[in-house]
Design a protein around this ligand. Sequence first.
Ligand SMILES: [Zn+2]
Length: 481
Amino acid sequence: MGTTETYVGRSSCLSSLILALLFALAGSPGASGTPPAYRMTLDVNYAEGTFRGELILTYENHSTVPLEEIFFRLYGNARSLYGTASLDVGEARADGESVIVSLFANNTVLLVPLGRPLAPGASAEITLSFLGRAASAPPEGGFSSESEYGLLLKSSHALTLTAFYPFVAPYTEEGWAIDPISAVGDALFADSATYVVTLRVDSGVTVIPIADEVVAEPDGRTRHSFHRDALRDFSLVLVDDGRQPLVTTADGITLRSWFSPQHDQAADIALQRGAAAIEVFSSRFGALPYEAVDMVEVPLQRAAGVECSGLFLVSAAYAAEPRDVFFDIIVSHEMAHQWFYAVVGNDPTEEPWLDEALATYASNIYLAAISPAAAQSERSTWSSLYDWVRRDYPDLRVTSPLYDFPDSATYSAFVYSGGALELDAIRRDIGDEVFFQALAEYYTDHALAIASGADLFASLSHACACQLSSVLFGSESATGP
Ligand SMILES: [Zn+2]
C-alpha cells in the first residue's frame, strides 16, 4: 500500500551497519509441496455491487502436524478496512461431507472442521458457497465510511473486488495466521495459490484483468474464464465507463494502464513509469512470474495506491495530477509490491515493514534512475519523518508489529520512511553490488513462499559475508561501528 501522509521535521543521522551479537535465523515455510488451489464460480450483479460464488479449495497440509480444521479469512467483514462491505458463507463441505462452520473475530475468521485429521502431506477439499456485497459509495461520490480504503467498493463507474472471497489462512510456525484485523496498514496475508475462476456478469461491463476466455451467453451476460498461477490474491476491477487500456511490454510482461476517460494523461504517464519500473526491478531483483500487470484507477481513500497480485490500484484523486513526482512514486511503489508482496509474501501484521520498506526503497531506486534530485529529496523527507517519530516514540521500531503503532502517521514514518532509510544505510555500508546481490537472492529463494525479516537479513549476511540482524533494526542504539 502507499500511504498519503507527508510530514516535515528535522533530519537526523541514520543508523549504520549493524554487527549484531544476536542473529536468529528463523526458518520460513517454503514453497515446497502443492500450493492451495482455488476453483471459483462467481455470479456478479454489477449494478448492485453484489456477488454470489462457490469456491472449491484443494489444500495440502504443509505442516508437520495433523490438522483438525482449516481456517479461512473473511476480510470483507472487517469494517475498519472495508466499510459496509460484507461476506457471508453459506453451505460448507469438507471432502464432500456437510460441516458446521464457526465464525470468530467479528466474522473475519471462519473455522471449517475436517471430518478426520488431515495428515502432513495429505490433501483435503473444502467447498464453500458465499454471498458478498461491496460497500456502496454515495451517489455524489465518496465512501460508505471514513475508515474504508475502497478495496471492496461499488462506486459510480467501478466495482472494486479485492479480498472478496474466503481466503485460506496461512499456516505458519506459530500455527494458523488469524490475527485480528487492524485499522492501520494492510491485513491481507495469504499463501501463493493457483486460481481457476469463472465469472459471469452483464455484457457491457469491462472486466480487469482480461480473462483467458470471454464468451457471450444467450442471456445477455458474458462468461470470463481465468487460470492463474502464483497469485497471492485474485482481484478484479469491473468498470462501465468505456475505458480502454493503453498497452506496452516491459521485460516480457504485458503492462496495461486502465484509467478513466478524463485521465488519459495519467494513463499514458503510468504506462511509461510502470514499464520503466519493471525494467529496473527485473534487473535488480529478478523476473516476475506474471504474463501481465494491470494498473487500474479507482476511488481510494487513506491510500494513494494498493497492491494486488498482477494488478494494482491507483487512487483517482492522484490520477488528476500525473505530472507530480508523487504519481511516479505511487506507480513504482505499487509495482515493486509485485516482487515484495505478490511473489515474496510476508506477514503484514507481525512484520509489516518487510514488504513496505522494500517497496518504498525500491521506488526510490527507480526514482534515482530518472531523477537523482527527486530521489534525494524523498530520502530527506523520510529522514525528517523518521527522526521525528523516533523522538516521540522511543519504544517503537521499524520492525514493530502493526498493532504496536498508535496511528497511520506513526506507522508510515517508521515502516515506510524509517524502513527504507535503514535499507539505504545498509546499502551504503555493504556496497551496491553486495546489496543488490542479497535482494536478488532473497527474491529468488523466497519466491511464492512467505519470508520473514530474518530471511532478509540472512540473505544480506550471506551476500556480505558478515552478520546483519534485524534485532536492533531501527532502534536508537542501532548505530554500528
Ligand atoms: Zn506499500
